[in-house]
Write a protein that binds this ligand. Sequence first.
Ligand SMILES: Nc1ncnc2c1ncn2[C@@H]1O[C@H](COP(=O)(O)OP(=O)(O)OP(=O)(O)O)[C@@H](O)[C@H]1O
Length: 360
Amino acid sequence: MAGLTLSNVTKSFGDFDAVKDVSIDVEDGEFLAVLGPSGCGKTTLLRLVAGFDRVSAGQISIGGKIVSDADSSMAPEKRRVGIVFQNYALWPHMTVAENVGYSLKVAKVDKVEARRKVDEALALVDLTGLADRRPANLSGGQRQRVALARCLVAAPSLVLFDEPLANLDVHLRAAMEDEFAAFHKRSGTTIVYITHDQAEAMALADRIAVMDKGRLAQLASPRELYNEPANTMVASFIAQGIVLPAQVLAAEKDGKTEVEVLGQKVSVRCRPGEAPRMGANICLRAPDLEIADEKEPGILGTVLRAVYKGGAMRIDFAPDADPEQKISFEHSGHAEFGEGQKLRLQIVSGWLIPETEQNS
Ligand SMILES: Nc1ncnc2c1ncn2[C@@H]1O[C@H](COP(=O)(O)OP(=O)(O)OP(=O)(O)O)[C@@H](O)[C@H]1O
């Protein structure tokens, strides 16, 4: 297996940059998810790594060897990059083993050697007993694993997954997430996994590269993305975070500072070295908000909409201090809420979003 390095990679179509100045280091054996909304450049990035497109600027290396820069591009088949697509096609008239071993047959690999490689690939995806079945007699998840084995048989240096679960139903997706995680543990394969599904990325990846309009918005562990988003895009994109304007009142001390938000003073977590500033933003996750008693301090406002979601209520709330600043959150208590009801919200914690170009 091999690591992957993208250094200041840009891909332009005319004067539009689909990928802009992206630098990512994927370690040998790491599982990296590339996550972002539609059109953020995920597929373009994958095509550059696979070698289907050439970079406009920057450099891509696999296993320390440069495979793409502005002047040269190694052919896809020489990169030894395996790809598992969303729409995998298996040959219906061939058995599982024949499907997996087809590329070896075409390459005229010795039959005994080919069989050994096929068996190895099937073992890696946990399909050892099904070598003689035909695709029609497999479940959707098993078929997806055959597609994965077919890519592994060529001993790729890294494997790219392009939204491999997008066409599967919810239950199968969850089962396949477990399968992919187990496969990664078993094989130690370097994986780059493209998805727009953050639950999938969170469940599987060691680190997640969040893309926004062609740029890398943040590269961090799932926990860090959730707890310490680097900018407003990541804060609101991950777990539908609530972003509120705030003023920083004090210098950072022990990883915390005091901010004023909607007329309330609140202590929030922050990066080291934060100092008082205007025009800041904080990010709140569901556990950071509580509904306060009338006598307690808090942000007074009105319920605009309350929808029961089974075990929780989704509440849209307009603070009296700034009704335009709608706050949408889930409340998991038993209390019922209705449109027009007055509420007092208390912010018990939060994260001060660092000052970046993207937020200004
Ligand atoms: N060949 C091309 N010519 C011109 N523009 C392109 C080309 N390929 C992609 N783009 C543009 O680049 C941007 C990024 O596209 P890309 O397919 O990489 O996004 P994505 O994140 O994979 O989106 P999705 O999740 O919808 O597949 C889009 O605005 C797209 O229209």
